[in-house]
Design a binder for this molecule. Structure first.
Ligand code: UD1
Ligand code: UDP
Length: 376
């Protein structure tokens, strides 16, 4: 029986790997081994996704935890190399752009294990982002580059990849394919399940279409107190001027930074604030919150797309995005961390909503296309 290994470690990778795992189950004759690096480890950042998304427990958990980039990546590299030598998979699947992704890419390339990169070709053209370094390295070590969008294919073409290769795929003759986005597969699969099982709106006491949803976790937003304060202040102003609560499931990295701002006396939450800072939520609660939000503000990659999947306007708290088609089609607006731009975009979207838009991320069967291609 053929063996394929997936490497996951961070929250969005559980969502992506769940779609691929379901696709392997539909095929039936490939053993899908799951390696969890342990990059995310809090129950709310890891276990809840395994419980809710029906992913089998990881076959291997490296338990690397948090740390500086070099240390964290090095620990993963060591553990992944060991696992590849022990399990000898026919191929390795890597997802997105985290440190778990780049560690997998380096380990597999040196051991000549062919890599399939899910979410290949995305670029922010900002190498100050650790994610940009990770994705460029992973793409250039891959044998199959599975692109979610036409823009991603164009980015790879500009970097010298052939988009019409002949002959069998290999690291020296990689195959670039546009498959659509596996996150759409998961959103479509789980939306009805979330509607049945999640009672998050009741628990928070918010009403459908009468709250904003926000997430912040990018290092450049959390680790720069001026940017974090600007965003938090703008969220508070939007809430006050439109008399609407803002629900903010807070990533642990952001929580730590907000606590520091509070300790330094730089940030206070008024008693009457409509800013609802809550712990990170599970996937089913999150997509239920997205489906019922009036509008979403985020610096997340995945949440930008999910806003579009659920037809919600998205205000992107970044200077640029990899998901350029969302901006081009008026589904999202880039506002950076500038309070007046955040408020303008929220005001405009609350008034006008989003225009209707053609499908941008495929038909919800990206994982089947990826698995089929690898098997062929
Ligand atoms: C990582 C990814 C980012 C992705 C995000 C998804 C990299 C470089 N970054 O960012 O691309 O968008 O995951 O959420 O790989 N922490 C906890 N508990 C946890 C996990 C993290 O408390 O379970 C805290 C720790 O203080 C840690 C910090 O969060 O130092 C950052 O975690 P880390 O995994 O290094 O990066 P993320 O910001 O989560
Ligand atoms: N997510 C979640 N709970 C939360 C915040 C996000 O389940 O409290 C999900 C979200 O729906 C999406 C994924 O996590 O599927 C996105 O992860 P994140 O924003 O952490 O990372 P990014 O996509 O930016 O890499």
């Amino acid at each position: 029986m053929r063996k394929v290994m997936s490497i996951v470690g961070a929250r969005p990778q559980f969502v992506k790997a769940a779609a691929i795992d379901r696709a392997f189950h539909r095929v039936g004759h490939v053993k899908h081994i799951l390696l969890h690096t342990g990059q995310h480890y809090d129950a709310a950042m890891s276990q809840v996704f395994f419980d809710e998304l029906g992913i089998p427990p990881a076959d291997i958990n490296l338990g690397v935890g948090s740390g500086p980039h070099g240390q964290q990546t090095a620990r993963m590299l060591e553990g992944i190399e060991r696992a590849l030598i022990e399990h000898r998979p026919d191929a390795l699947i890597l997802y997105g752009d985290t440190n778990s992704t780049v560690a997998g890419a380096l380990a597999a390339a040196k051991l000549h294990v062919p890599i399939a990169h899910v979410e290949a070709g995305l670029r922010s053209f900002n190498m100050a982002m650790p994610e940009e370094v990770n994705r460029v390295v992973c793409d250039h070590c891959s044998t199959w580059l599975f692109c979610p969008t036409a823009a991603a294919v164009r980015n790879l073409e500009r970097e010298g990849f052939s988009v019409a290769p002949d002959g069998p795929p290999s690291i020296d003759h990689p195959h670039v394919l546009m498959t659509g986005d596996v996150m759409l597969d998961s959103s479509m699969h789980f939306a009805a399940i979330a509607a049945q099982r999640s009672d998050i709106l009741d628990r928070l006491g918010v009403i459908s279409n009468a709250y904003l949803l926000a997430t912040i976790h990018r290092d450049f937003n959390t680790d720069d107190p001026r940017r974090l304060l600007a965003i938090c202040g703008a969220l508070r102003s939007c809430s006050a001027s439109h008399a609407i609560p803002v629900v903010v499931p807070v990533h642990p990295r952001t929580r730590e930074r907000i606590l520091r701002l509070q300790a330094d006396g730089l940030w206070m939450l008024d008693d009457d604030t409509q800013l609802r800072l809550i712990p990170p939520v599970g996937y089913l609660d999150m997509i239920e919150l997205e489906r019922h939000a009036r509008l979403i503000l985020t610096d997340s990659g995945g949440v930008q797309k999910e806003a579009y999947f659920f037809n919600k306007p998205c205000v992107v708290l970044r200077p640029e995005t990899e998901w350029v088609e969302l901006v081009e089609h008026g589904q999202a607006r880039l506002v950076d961390a500038e309070p007046h731009r955040i408020q303008d975009a929220v005001g405009a979207f609350l008034k006008n909503g989003v225009p209707s838009c053609q499908p941008l991320y495929g038909d919800g069967h990206a994982a089947d296309a990826i698995v089929r291609c690898m098997i062929e």
